[in-house]
Design a protein around this ligand. Sequence first.
Ligand SMILES: NC(=O)c1ccc[n+]([C@@H]2O[C@H](COP(=O)([O-])OP(=O)(O)OC[C@H]3O[C@@H](n4cnc5c(N)ncnc54)[C@H](O)[C@@H]3O)[C@@H](O)[C@H]2O)c1
Length: 365
Amino acid sequence: MPAAGRHHRGHIVSAGQTLDPNVPGIGLTGCGIISQCLLEGAELAGIPIRAVCDVDREKAARAAQRVGARVRETYEELLADPDIQAVIIALPNDAHYFAALQALDAGKHVFCEKPLTTSAAQSLEVARRAEASGLVFQMGYMKRFNPAFSAVKQRLHQIAPVTTASFRLTVSGDPVLEGPGREPSSWHADIKRAGGGFLVHSGSHLLDLMMFYFGLPEAVWGSLRRDASGNEYTNSFMFRFPDGLYVSLQMVQTRARGLGYAGSTWEEIVEVNGVNGRLAARGADWMGKIPPRATFHPADGEGPRELFTFWESQWAEEMKAFVTGIAEGRCLGSTAADGYRVDYVLEQLKRLENESGALELRYEL
Ligand SMILES: NC(=O)c1ccc[n+]([C@@H]2O[C@H](COP(=O)([O-])OP(=O)(O)OC[C@H]3O[C@@H](n4cnc5c(N)ncnc54)[C@H](O)[C@@H]3O)[C@@H](O)[C@H]2O)c1
């Protein structure tokens, strides 16, 4: 429950009120780095988390204490709890496949961190099972809830027809998989357990955003270069969409420091040009702690206009969407099918290490 007197924007429960009986009982498995963002989001939105589990009992105990949840010894115990209707899966990537299937088998709604699994075949299976279950299955692609990136989506019709677009991520200083807090033994840097390196870790978000804006690309070409450990260190691609739109995606890592705005080490820039204007968004850290920006340069020349004036937590919005989606019986974020499509495209992009021609993209879902 939220602490008394604290400001909560979600207002699903406020201090002193009893729980809305329609709010589902939510359990969380995996109390690591990302769980802290998700628990913060749930707290800000006033969404209670009733139970948590982790193989590391200390981490589970800390998370439980933070949000006033019970600790469950195992994931099976969490799923067997009749008070739990939905689970958040915040486990290492190679554990998503079984955890997601187990949750669906137990009849629980699922929020699964990205990527859906570590292979397109496994993701397709999970996505098909999720669709057949009728349960809500939301992916952890939270950039859809970032105010800058969602503002661009909302205004696309104002600059239509869209002529060109680009997505660029620059990570400056420590490379993503070597940064502070990354132990060499961490699963994050284990290309097999993570399903890939920089491309999977960070590019997956940009692919989800690209598909959110423009639908499914039908072909791609470009270049992917790995470092000695097999990590996709540099990625540069051009996607073709069915209506003839071409969109570029560039992912850069450089040891030069602080190249992002506000001196950040992380910067995502999205630029969409249309006959009637330009939309641009900049995110300066993946956690969204540094306020992002979005601008609109309209055709009438009265620009640029800032697109939002208040700053909300992308994590709170993401958690609210999950709970609201369960109440409405539909996913309000990135679906399991979207998760499969991202994983399928990621798998195709990895082939560009050895191929120079265009690859046709043929989705099975
Ligand atoms: N949305 C984002 O921007 C974002 C950012 C970071 C991580 N993630 C995703 O979140 C997931 C977790 O990443 P992380 O950085 O928090 O990793 P992490 O290693 O910090 O946390 C994973 C936790 O899972 C626990 N665990 C491992 N196996 C378990 C099992 N079988 N049962 C219960 N607990 C188990 C570990 O003890 C650990 O506490 C990954 O899928 C990652 O890709 C997403």
